[in-house]
Design a protein around this ligand. Structure first.
Ligand code: HEC
Ligand SMILES: [Cu+2]
Length: 268
């Protein structure tokens, strides 16, 4: 075969090899552009009425922070509703402190994952006031089924009142002697190294912020109603209500237990 022909064949083969790659690359670029278009609203300029929230998935509860409003809570995401005149979307930055979780409130938004060392963005914008139930939609360990989440959608004035109340620090020493004793127990033991109560030395971040514990409808990310009896049962033995829970049972004497609960119920 003359050298010339050989060169031609080689060149054709080379082009044939390169072409599909080129086509794939074009397709890929197209896809990237398309997904950028879908994601655009998240990065689009936000209306001044937008709310910013960081949600951190943890085994097995949701940490919820409003960095611009100075609010920290757990498991219940309060948002203002939009109406025909004003849009009030809530933009969520989703993170994880441990494993992959998934934020899913079916009536409000599709699933979005919370992935360690990464942040995902999404937004919610309910128009109807009400409580929307959600859950973690990713198997994230033993208590995955009890990682419930509530979106509490409120008219803007009501949301503003909630924010105002959540911004308050806890009242200094309660008047009730049992509660005052419970406060000393709380601040003097390991409770304070895992939980925060604003306005006290307790600044633990491993467990939910308890500053406004009693403003929440449930404890343990939806495992039980937030009543005095259930609180007592929880602090006595959290594992009895939520198996595998990462808060230890601390073998607390009944007397101290009663004081602790008397204190917890003052955290409104
Ligand atoms: C090792 C860390 C740790 C210690 C110590 C600890 N907790 Fe917890 N606590 C947690 C975690 C984690 C949760 C969330 C568990 C879940 O929902 O899965 C929790 C949840 C709670 C809740 C429910 C809050 C909510 O909104 O669901 C209360 C109340 C509570 N703890 C009180 C206490 C008290 C009182 C003490 C001290 C006697 C204490 N905790 C000690 C880690 C801890
Ligand atoms: Cu989860």
């Amino acid at each position: 075969m003359p050298l010339q022909t050989l060169w031609h064949i080689r060149r054709r083969v080379a082009i044939r090899r390169v072409l599909p790659t080129l086509r794939r690359a074009t397709l890929l670029a197209g896809l990237v552009a398309a997904s950028a278009a879908v994601a655009a609203p998240v990065t689009a300029p936000q209306p001044p009425t937008a709310v910013e929230v960081t949600v951190v998935g943890r085994q097995w509860w949701w940490e919820i922070r409003y960095p611009k409003l100075g609010v920290v809570t757990a498991n219940e995401l309060h948002v203002p509703v939009s109406d025909s005149l004003t849009r009030r979307p809530t933009f969520l930055t989703l993170e994880s402190a441990d494993v992959v979780h998934s934020f899913w409130v079916p009536r409000v938004a599709g699933k979005t994952d919370l992935i360690p060392n990464r942040t995902n963005r999404m937004w919610v914008e309910p128009h109807e006031p009400g409580t929307y139930l959600g859950q973690c939609a990713e198997y994230c360990g033993t208590q995955h089924a009890f990682m419930l989440l509530r979106i509490v959608a409120e008219p803007p004035e009501q949301f503003a009142r909630w924010v105002e109340q959540q911004r308050q620090t806890a009242a200094p020493a309660p008047a009730d002697p049992a509660a005052a004793a419970g406060r000393r127990v709380f601040l003097g033991t390991v409770c304070a190294s895992c939980h925060a109560v604003a306005g006290t030395v307790a600044n633990g971040r491993y467990g939910p912020d308890l500053t406004h514990l009693m403003s929440r409808a449930t404890i343990g990310a939806g495992v039980a109603a937030n009543t005095r009896e259930r609180l007592r049962a929880w602090v006595r033995n959290p594992d009895g209500l939520k198996r595998g829970v990462l808060m230890p049972a601390m073998q607390i004497d009944d007397e101290y237990l009663d004081q602790l609960v008397a204190y917890l119920v003052t955290l409104r």
